[in-house]
Ligand binder design. Structure first.
Ligand SMILES: [Ca+2]
Ligand SMILES: [Ca+2]
Ligand SMILES: [Ca+2]
Length: 994
């Protein structure tokens, strides 16, 4: 089996030996669209080890190895191992997930997911660690592990996966089904159980409790598994990101036999595993009892398994490209990959999570290695961890690259004529690593010598123009000229920053400086300013500002969003040697978080459309809400404390700010618009709940339910009590009608819909409330609902033999039933026929009905046919005879004689003769059929039968008939065991011995 082989290879690969590592700088082996290049960085973890990575402030990187190693990779230069954690690394387990806390700058906190050996097996754990730093402030180790989440491990694949540390301090975590992929493993059904962590995406507070907005959150028990569950029904949501506008996970769920899928994961969603894979019922699982009634949230996109062009075998969920360097066709696109197929695709979805652009066919990024994690470089470039090579591979678009800017300062020791050059202030706004080429102006150079060099100039010379050229990996460079005078002292500049370090918009930033020079004495100071704009730290760029001169300089802090201000004091001495110092005034920022009362696309346009951002105090900007929530049905109805329009101009105050967009759900819309509904239901007693595709709200006198398929409907009274007792929408699906009263005024009822199956609850004072659904309900509806066999007096029940399902009904005191078996279908039985059938011990007598009650062509009789163990039986009813059963060999004979058109209707049930040997039915046309094991079934009738009766029936010497009546030699004749009887009009009936 190809899939199984592949999976085993995959597991083998993940635990396999090292392959040679190739680090080529700019790689060219992959097939990429024109203009794209891959820049590789060796993680130092080796092949089949690199699992995850994340950028730290300052653009260095942390990377994790499956075997528990954590490495720090500086922007330039060699990386180093900072930790080697104990792990349980079987299968695809080990150290697989990493996230950097949003407050890392102050907390130095990171989160890791890994599996760990225990005495009895292993556990899967999410922990917070603190990064320790060396004297230079560079990461050196990990300390202070604090477990945040832990679950027992059960199988060696699909364990704890990705952790995402959200800007609001909460944590998102994915956990696979941790079940045996080699078979139909009932353990996979845990993915459906909200009280089990497996097969889930969880949303946690920083200390591991459930987030209060979670769909099954229990305020009395926030640490319960259900409180932590955000969505369920995943097989292995190995990688996911959080969409910046929707605030929702977008996950790649690794498939089993046939389909890989991508999911925009709504709160409370049930993505269907193991009952569904992609949009398909899962062979081996879908017929299990645990999959009964399980709905499927369709994936955003599904990709079939195989070796074809548009196939995948292990999807890796990715991220949306939000940089500015790629061509427009890729901006705002979602990049994802397949680790086995070595491909990357892009797609687009709208603000309701609907696919608007399918992945490229054929794929345009191929042979790209084995992506196991996607993240954004500082300028937004897509970067992925390639587990095959152990490299971080950055996908850059060469035409979108920006050139680096060279900056250099000097310090001269005239005694030794040695000049120290410092180029470390040079910047590349793509975050590219730079190469520093120095030209000292005296004919000597130092290529790729790093940002700090010194050079001793020969005696007897006075001045030079040195140059620093900085190059980025995509071939662009920047250059700066530096005036050098080896015998001259560099001016000394002292800059005094303001008392505060962070500023609100329009707050004055006052900077002072003094300058002295050994040769020139006091020197005038020139000031320049720049606004450095860094939206989301992704694409910084500078705008030159107003300058000035003098010992002090002040300016109002910029209103430009996400910007810092650089105040640079420069002095130049008489030798032309300049020195400068820069003070960077940082914005005083607060976190703006947009929330919707329903998941919805909410954005801060000036921040690139994200729903949560740090924004400068005093800044004014727009926030925007989508008119429809992601469910496609809830409508924006205004900002809490703000305008009713979707756009709101907000000014940031002195603290963090959460703005909430109200969405009127379909339930709200109906309740608010319909006075009759309000009168029926009374006041709400709880907030609206979400359970997958079904939303509901509890009111004093009932509930409103909504699903996209059924609309907004209410359920009340005893029908609601029954519905809830029966398992509610989880079993029957949401209501497709309001609770109504039947035309006869006797019953309250509702219909419900799940996976195309209709169920109903009917409640009358006499019968109570009962559930009918499926095939039995179809039959009941076909027979004109309650006007046919009446109201149900039972729920659907199973027969003791486990073969049939049935409901009983009552109408005008008469009992009816509908029985269903897979072999017979559903059939109704009622009235006198049902009484007879019940008298004959129900299905244990003549078996299950194979017809409804039907009428004979002559309009006289009514009948049902039945089957038991392959034997056909019938019960026939006429007003004259009542109901009688006929079956077995006697029925066969009767049928052969043309049913009621032959001998008439049965006048008895099948009876046994007193001697215990024979069986017989009498019929209305004056005939009988007698059966014995040795003679078979034979008809006897008319004058012959009268004569036989007169002789004493089977007690006579004739015993039992051994032929039907036939004509011979002008006479009617029946043969018996002991002789025969003939009849002619002339002679009447005469019997003879053999
Ligand atoms: Ca699914
Ligand atoms: Ca660049
Ligand atoms: Ca000087």
């Amino acid at each position: 089996m190809a899939v199984r082989t592949l999976r085993l290879l995959l597991v083998a690969a993940l635990t396999g030996a090292l392959l040679p590592v190739v680090s080529t700088g700019v790689a060219t082996a992959a097939a990429l669209p024109p203009g794209f290049v891959l820049q590789d960085t060796d993680s130092g973890l080796g092949s089949y080890q690199l699992t995850d990575f994340a950028y730290l402030p300052g653009n260095s990187v942390l990377a994790t190895g499956k075997d528990g190693v954590v490495r720090w990779l500086p922007v330039t230069g060699a990386g180093r191992t900072i930790a080697a954690l104990p792990v349980h690394a079987d299968g695809d387990l080990g150290l697989v997930g990493l996230a950097v806390a949003p407050d890392y700058t102050t907390s130095r906190a990171i989160y890791l997911t890994r599996s760990i050996n225990t005495a009895g097996g292993f556990v899967m754990r999410l922990s917070r660690f603190t990064v320790t730093v060396d004297a230079a402030g560079a990461p050196a180790g990990l300390t202070g592990e604090r477990p945040v989440f832990e679950a027992p491990g059960t199988f060696n694949v699909h364990g704890i996966d990705t952790v995402h540390a959200a800007a609001d301090g909460t944590l998102w975590l994915s956990v696979g089904d941790d079940s045996d992929y080699r078979m139909t493993d009932p353990g996979a059904l845990r993915a459906q159980d909200v009280n089990q962590p497996y097969g889930k995406i969880l949303h946690l507070t920083a200390d591991g409790q459930g987030v209060p907005g979670n769909p099954y959150f229990d305020a009395a028990n926030p640490g319960s598994t259900a409180s932590k569950v955000f969505a369920r029904g995943f097989r292995n949501p190995f990688r996911f990101g959080i969409d910046a506008s929707l605030g929702l996970p977008v996950a790649g769920d690794v498939g089993w036999s046939n389909w890989e899928e991508l999911d925009v994961v709504q709160r409370g969603a049930n993505q269907g595993w193991p009952c569904w894979e992609g949009n398909h019922r899962t062979p081996g699982y879908s017929d299990l009892a645990g999959c009964a009634g399980v709905p499927n949230q369709p994936p955003l996109f599904e990709l079939p398994h195989g070796a074809g062009v548009m196939t995948g075998n292990s999807v890796t969920g990715g991220i949306v490209y939000n940089g500015a360097g790629y061509p427009a066709a890729y901006r705002g696109s979602y990049f994802f990959g397949d680790y086995v197929a070595n491909k990357i695709w892009t797609l687009r979805y709208d603000d309701q999570g609907r696919l608007t652009q399918a992945p490229e066919n054929p794929p345009v990024f191929t042979g790209i290695g084995g992506p196991v994690k996607f993240a954004a470089a500082p300028n937004g470039d897509i970067v992925y961890a390639d587990i095959l090579s152990g490299n971080l591979r950055r996908l850059s678009y060469s035409a979108g690259n920006t050139a680096p800017v060279a900056k250099a300062t000097t310090s001269t020791n005239p005694a030794t004529r040695t000049v120290s050059f410092d180029g470390s202030a040079s910047v590349d706004y793509d975050g590219d690593a730079l190469v520093y080429d120095w030209d000292f102006g005296d004919g000597t150079t130092a290529a790729d010598a790093g940002p700090n060099v010194s050079h001793a100039y020969a005696a007897g010379t006075t001045s030079f123009t040195a140059k620093l050229r900085v190059r980025d990996p995509l071939g662009l460079s920047g250059e700066v000229a530096i005036a050098v005078a080896p015998a001259n002292h560099t001016p000394v500049l002292t800059l005094t920053p303001p008392g505060t370090t962070a500023f609100a918009v329009n707050q004055q930033v006052a900077v002072r400086a003094t300058a002295t020079d050994a040769e020139d004495g006091a020197l005038p100071i020139t000031w320049t300013t720049a606004v450095r704009h860094c939206p989301s730290e992704a694409t910084c760029h500078s705008h030159p500002g107003i300058g000035g001169t003098g010992a002090s300089f002040a300016q109002a802090f910029t209103a430009h969003p996400d910007s810092r201000m650089e105040f640079t004091a420069t002095v130049t001495d008489s030798a032309g040697v300049a020195t400068s110092q820069t003070y960077t005034a940082m914005p005083r920022q607060h976190r703006i978080t947009l929330r919707g009362t329903q998941p919805a696309s909410l954005g801060i346009p000036v921040e690139g459309g994200v729903s949560s951002a740090m924004v400068t105090e005093g800044a004014s900007f727009d926030v925007e809400a989508a008119p429809l929530a992601i469910d496609g049905a809830s409508r924006f109805s205004g900002w809490q404390g703000g305008p009713a329009e979707p756009t709101w101009i907000v000014t940031v105050g002195t603290g963090d700010l959460t703005l909430t967009a109200n969405y009127a759900t379909p339930i709200d819309q109906r309740y608010d618009a319909d006075a009759a509904v309000r009168a029926t239901l009374g006041a709400p007693v709880a907030a609206e709940s979400t359970d997958g595709p079904v939303h509901y709200r509890v009111y004093a006198n009932g509930r409103l339910y909504w699903s996209a398929e059924t609309g907004t409907r209410y359920v009340t009274g005893p029908v609601l009590d029954k519905y809830l007792a029966f398992g509610g929408h989880g079993v029957l699906g949401p209501p497709s009608f309001d609770t109504l009263t039947t035309p006869d005024g006797m019953a309250q009822y509702n219909h419900f819909l799940t996976n195309g199956t209709v169920g109903s609850i009917y409640s009358t004072a006499a019968t109570g409330a009962h559930v009918i659904f499926g095939e039995i309900r179809k039959k009941w509806a076909e027979l004109d609902y309650e006007r046919g066999v009446g109201y149900p007096t039972t729920d659907e029940l199973g027969t003791p033999d486990g073969v049939a399902r049935y409901n009983h009904f009552v109408k005008d005191g008469g009992v009816g039933s509908i029985y269903y078996t897979t072999a017979t279908g559903a059939h109704a039985i009622y009235g006198e026929i049902r009484k007879k059938w019940a008298e004959l011990d129900y299905e244990r007598g003549v078996g299950y009905p194979t017809t409804d009650e039907l009428g004979t062509p002559d309009g006289v009789g009514r009948y049902n046919h039945f089957v038991k163990d392959g034997w056909v039986g019938s019960i026939y009813y006429t007003t004259a005879t009542g109901a009688h059963a006929i079956y077995g060999e006697i029925r066969k004979k009767w049928a052969a004689l043309d049913y009621e058109r032959g001998l008439g209707y049965p006048a008895t049930d099948e009876l046994g003769t007193p001697d215990g040997v024979g069986r017989y039915n009498h019929f209305t046309a004056g005939g009988s059929i007698y059966y014995t094991w040795s003679t078979g079934a034979h008809m006897v009738k008319g004058e012959i039968r009268k004569r036989w009766a007169a002789l004493g029936w089977e007690y006579s010497y004739l015993h039992y008939p051994r032929s039907d009546e036939y004509v011979t030699n002008g006479a009617y004749r029946s043969d018996f065991e002991g002789g025969y009887i003939t009849y002619t009009l002339a002679a009447g009936a005469r019997e003879r011995h053999w």
